[in-house]
Write a protein that binds this ligand. Sequence first.
Ligand code: 9WN
Length: 459
Amino acid sequence: MTLVAPSSPVAPVSSPPAGVPGEAARPAISPSASLDRAARRVLAANWRRGSTVPAGGLYPHQWSWDSAFIALGLRHLSPVRAQRELESLFGAQWGDGRVPHIVFDPLVPADAYFPGPAFWQSSLRSDAPAVPTSGIVQPPAHALAAWEVFRAAPAVARERSFLPRLYPRLVAWHDYLLTARDLRGSGLMSVVHPWESGMDNSPAWDVPLARVSPLPPSALARRDLAHASAAERPTNTDYGRYIRLARDYRDLRYADTRGSQEFAVEDPLCNALLAAGEHALASIAREVGASAAVHEARAARLTAALTDTLWDGAAGTFFAHDVVSGEALRSYSVAGLMPLIVPSLPAAADLVKTALGDRFRLGSACPVPSYDLTAADHEAGRYWRGPGWVNTSWLFWYGLRLHGELGLADDLRDRLLGRVRACGFREYIDPLTGTGYGTDDFSWTAALTLDLIRTAPSH
Ligand code: 9WN
């Protein structure tokens, strides 16, 4: 296998690193060698003819933001595979620019995942691709991933015209989010379904979701419970609401008419990824000979909108905004810390302080808890209501490095690797005890573990 020199996420995005395929690999850190090997095995087992499934049993299709994180790991193994991961996802982009949250594999039995292609009926839309997809989206981690994938192996990427082909698609994706999904003219994108936030049953969504009457359990053909314990997954009531919202959106043919949504929130995680993604698009634009100015201006506007609209200085975090009620959703979820990935974020130091405080205990809890450790409804083993996830922890680590918090970043990296070494490539992990939950052999846990191993410590 050919390794490439690791690229640091903190290097200025305008200066690609020297790493090219074939260049001598950094010697493996010996205690991590077996972890590295095990991570590669997971990614190989989950690869399906052009993209990677998040987990063979629980999630047997391609998921949108998973592919971005998976590409970040794959870039260390095979630049071409990393590029194909993103290319296959964007091959299923809709005509209006949306990138669907699931691209279904036609070779997988229709009832392997619920809700499947027959529920989503993407063919209702003439601008949907031939391959069946869902009709909702997920957090826009792709521009950032594409730029990092390019930086890992610029020569291979240039030879394959990776960025010239992907750039217009990434722009159309962001255009969709910044226009059709700016539901109240705030300059921020909204998600219209909890699944779109990537943090499905986050306590932050409890208030807006309470307004949605759930479908009865008889309307749900849940498949997830065959692969993970009910105590670690969303409840039937949550699922009843998810399916209700998805059905109603589908019945509107996925139209984003302002005011038609029963659930619409401006989420700090999605908007932070969008802002960081516009910075990445500026770098990509320079590489492909397009104008970076539009992306720089958008990044600045998004950073200002995030700060003006979602930042709560007294609380030291970003809160989501409920577009339907007009209220802030004052829930301390890890999404509120995610704007740390945005360059030049005025609130960066305050966010680090909040992370170090009792609610997230950055100095000891690991992975970064998905939800406030001090909250009465914190559940250490239930999905996005408490356990730590490797992707949001990786993003926080990336943000720490970006803002020069190198000691904290290295410490978080070492402890994350320790956790994974102890419990395997689990989907989520109790941040205090290290008990693993959800599915095993989870692709983004493996991919980002690989990235942490292959990225040189900051100092
Ligand atoms: C619904 C695939 C996805 C992740 C999400 C995670 C979970 C799906 C589900 O799995 O959501 O999209 O069936 O629970 O919450 O972040 O992308 O790994």
